[in-house]
Write a protein that binds this ligand. Structure first.
Ligand SMILES: Nc1ncnc2c1ncn2[C@@H]1O[C@H](COP(=O)(O)OP(=O)(O)OP(=O)(O)O)[C@@H](O)[C@H]1O
Length: 573
């Protein structure tokens, strides 16, 4: 076990990486290894089994992809599949598949990678496996389906498999893949190198470790366990706001309308209906968003992620795995009720997941509109920002019902004001006056977003997305006119949002919050950071000392000395 600071800084050359891979990385603006890459790459090249646990966004994917590709470069090709990369969700499978493909193409090597997904027909699965692709990216369920239909013979696995990767290992068992893995493991040959990657530790990770790995090297970066070390990336500032569940919409309106958080914003809710309620609410104030959830067709989900990553819209509302699983269980068990039967038409995809592992580009702010149910889920949600060397912020809305889980999360992070990366601070920029100035409008609009409106808009969105999904299949790039149909952030309300709600009139503006908003905008502009979502591939390296979130307080009057000065001094540390 070691801390990030203890990892010796090395270049990719010094780690023994093939020049073709280094060139491919350089093309993607990647010049030096992250700490987990520095320690894992040489061990994997040596052929060791490795268990790697490192923070979200720390570059675990390249930590295993680079050395395993290098191994394939040097081996003579065989007819069978040599590498299985197993992931818990389709979204992650797509992401890893794209990364492998991109590296192979950049290196101009003759390797074939194939992605298997749950929605594929048996004949498509069989066709994908013809000729034995070198690398398979899949969920464990698909591999076991292929084994049971003999599309993938157990003999070929025993003969050819040389590397098995379990990515986001902490999720593989909780996603219900235990039986699938148990079906595969007896056929994994003893000589096969096994790699297990995860951001959090759990009993499931230990179980997998004993099930699959042989005498592995365990890398934990940084040291965690019961110590006070950091488990949230240093470059993410965490804040919280105490408010009643009823006021959450009001608070998010104030945060977004007064531009007190930076775009792009990823908002987590615990139920699909809450997501649609929020979307309809924000829409009335001229803020377009998209709800990403497990009931949408897979194509649409991937397209939404692509568009969000490309900066085509600024607010993505997502449900997370836990809630999705629960709805799935409810639907599967409650077969007798009429309501359930109607709902079952919109089957949720049990392999959906965006919280874990998905590499969102340029998400600056994560908002927990609803609190997650565990500290692991909190770490994964927050980890969608501050990826690699970027900076980010999170704001958690905590109602009195959620105080217990919030306290639990806080104590599991074990941070205090001095170890800022683990400390969740009260959000400093939003004054009571600013919130109250919007209350009347917010409550009025909230009343108009009825249960029926939510249900109808959810159904409408699903219909739109099914059309989108069909269109996507037909390669919309060749038909530019279809693009309009494919917009995911179309207005869902039956009546067009009133124009007077788009802007907040001068008389409603709270001067302190206005000042905070202005300072934030100036500071972001000065740092070239004012419209992050439209810029691609930018590396934001905000210095703590210059970050207005650290130096401004909306509640405290601006005066020299006292609390305000103390806060400033802390910010300048
Ligand atoms: N050496 C590097 N230098 C700069 N950026 C990097 C480097 N390695 C990876 N990245 C980028 O960092 C981002 C996060 O990487 P990755 O998705 O592998 O993180 P992760 O550790 O798997 O996170 P999670 O636990 O959330 O899945 C990606 O955009 C990736 O391209």
């Amino acid at each position: 076990m070691m801390t990030e600071e203890e990892v010796e800084e090395k270049t990719f050359e010094e780690l023994g990486l093939d020049p073709r891979l280094i060139r491919a990385l350089t093309k993607n603006d990647i010049s030096k290894p992250t700490p987990i890459q520095s320690v894992a790459i040489p061990l994997i090249l040596e052929g060791k089994d490795v268990v790697a646990r490192a923070k979200t966004g720390s570059g675990k994917t390249y930590a295993y992809l680079l050395p395993l590709l290098q191994k394939l470069f040097s081996e003579s090709s065989s007819t069978g599949t040599r590498v299985f990369i197993l992931v818990p969700t389709r979204e992650l499978s797509q992401q890893v598949y794209s990364e492998v493909l991109c590296l192979i193409e950049s290196c101009r090597v003759q390797l074939k990678v194939v992605q298997l997904t749950g929605g594929m027909h048996a004949s498509d699965l069989r066709a994908a496996l013809v000729g034995g692709p070198d690398i398979l990216v899949s969920t464990p369920a698909c591999i076991s389906t292929c084994m049971s239909t003999n599309a993938l013979s157990t003999k070929s696995i025993q003969d050819s498999l040389s590397v098995l990767v379990l990515d986001e290992a902490d999720l593989l068992l909780s996603y219900g893949y235990e039986d699938d893995l148990k079906a595969l493991i007896p056929h994994v040959p003893r000589r096969c190198q096994c790699l297990l990657m995860s951001a959090t530790s759990s009993a499931d990770v230990d179980k997998l470790k004993t099930l699959v790995l042989h005498n592995p090297v365990t890398l934990t970066l940084p040291e965690t366990g019961d110590s006070k070390d950091e488990i949230i990336p240093k470059n993410v500032q965490q804040f919280w706001i105490s408010c009643s569940s009823r006021d959450k919409q009001l608070y998010i309106l104030a945060l977004l309308k007064f531009e007190l958080v930076q775009k792009k914003v990823l908002i987590f809710v615990n139920a699909i209906d809450i997501g649609f309620r929020l979307r309809l609410f924000l829409e009335q104030f001229g803020m377009r968003s998209v709800v990403l959830n497990a009931e949408l067709p897979q194509n649409s989900r991937l397209h939404i992620l692509e568009e969000f990553n490309a900066g085509l819209f600024d607010y993505l509302i997502a449900t997370d795995d836990r809630q999705t699983k629960e709805e799935q269980v409810n639907k599967d068990t409650d077969v007798s009720s009429r309501k359930s039967k109607r709902h079952r038409k919109n089957k949720l995809d049990s392999e959906f997941g965006v919280v874990r592992g998905i590499d969102f580009k340029n998400v600056y702010t994560v908002i927990n509109f609803d609190m997650p149910q565990s500290s692991a889920a909190y770490i994964h949600r927050i980890g969608r920002t501050g990826r690699a060397y970027n900076t980010g912020a999170s704001v958690s809305f905590v109602s009195s019902d959620e105080m217990e889980i919030f306290e639990e999360i806080k104590s599991s992070l074990d941070g205090d004001e001095n170890s800022s990366s683990n400390f969740i601070a009260p959000f400093p920029l939003l004054s009571k006056n600013a919130v109250e100035s919007l209350r009347y409008r917010a409550e009025d609009v909230a009343k108009s977003v009825t249960k029926v409106a939510v249900r109808e808009s959810r159904a409408q969105d699903l219909r739109n997305e099914i059309i989108n999904s069909e269109k996507l299949k037909a390669h919309f790039q060749d038909n530019p006119r279809d693009l309009d149909l494919l917009k995911h952030d179309k207005v869902l309300s039956k009546k067009a949002p009133p124009s007077h709600l788009r802007a907040v009139p001068e008389y409603l503006l709270d001067p302190t919050t206005q000042e905070a908003s202005k300072i934030l905008k100036l500071a972001r502009a000065a740092m070239g950071n004012n419209n992050s979502s439209r810029r691609q591939g930018s590396k934001r390296r905000l210095k703590k000392t210059r970050d207005p979130l650290r130096t401004f307080s909306a509640e405290a009057p601006k005066r020299k000395g006292g609390q305000q000065r103390k806060r400033k001094e802390k910010g300048a540390d």
